[in-house]
Design a protein. Sequence first.
Lengths: 286, 119
Amino acid sequence: MAEEISLSILSGKGGTGKTTLAVNLALALENVQLLDADVEEPNDYLFISPEIESKETESVMRLIPEVNDDKCTACRKCVDFCEYNALAMMLDNVLVFEEVCHSCGGCKIVCPEDAITEKEKELGKLRHDSLSNLDFWQGELNTKEEKAVPVIEKLKTKIDRDKKVIIDSPPGTTCPTIEAITDTDFTIVVTEPSPFGLHDLKMVIEMLNEIEQPFAVVINRAEADSDYLIEDYCQEEGIKIILKIPFSRKIAELYSEGIPFVDKLEGWDEKLQQLYQEIREEALKQ
Amino acid sequence: MKLVIPAVAEGNMETEVHDNFGRATFFAFIDTETEEIDFVENTAAKKSSGAGVGAAQLCADNEADIVTAYHFGPKAFKALTAAGIEVLDLNEQKLIKEVYSDYKAGKLAEAEAGPGGHH
């Protein structure tokens, strides 16, 4: 069997076309695994597995401290230790702010009175659906939770390297995004030909260069009279534009109905298969 | 009573109010009996997360009785109220002296917890 690669799909801002590309690429290929790592608002399932809520789920847990007030002497060592201000000492009581706790366990270690224990709390969920040719996983952060990274870490334990792996990453340049793209062979950055699109593209590229991640650009909503915005920049920086998805009413209508455009528009299956092969060759060279 | 006002710099009654509680550069502590004003640097402002909680801790450690700001995040609000500190909302005031005179005139309303910051 040919060696397959893992791709992460990323954009600087939301709403540029990550989902469009991830879903259509996954459906155009065979023996593929799609992981939706945009855990704050996963939406690939709308096109792939609309009934995913009824499918198999797995909890992602994390540990948070619990303070036994009878043992606590208000020495404050735990509060002073916590780099994230997840603990506060108010009127000789330790308050725990679960949302900002990074689950490092440090407070428990520094407590001289053994007053801190840890309890498990559900941070998020993984959902799974197995379609013919497509193994689909989705990470989901629970409402009110702030730490997306552990959910993405758990999601990535499901990666099957015998398959073509596509990771739909969270948009932007923050920790969850970096967690999603780390260790993928290649990143596709989706952008749109607008000043906003260009601005956010530059931010993402700066981040990718910083972590030395190989990448290329896809222009979504491409139009002859505005593509120069992205093309001029990419040419100057020596960045490859590997695909354009046209600004088309048909594509937008299909999207709004939850229909992947590869199912309805001719030629796109082949185009996306070829895209994968080109990226694969490029990635395996590195 | 010790009244706390977030400030953009170490200064005096003419100094501007900082628009953020957790990320304020300094806190002005006004003793309402003597009208003395002290400035305390907000060391929590530089923390990567939980600035509101850290700032609330700093207010409590410095024995604040009343804390004012344009906006309190849910965590800062919870921490301050757990310390028994009165929490009041600002709106139009720009300078510390305006906050102080509005406080004395009883014009500041009790605050509610608003949405928190971004991460």
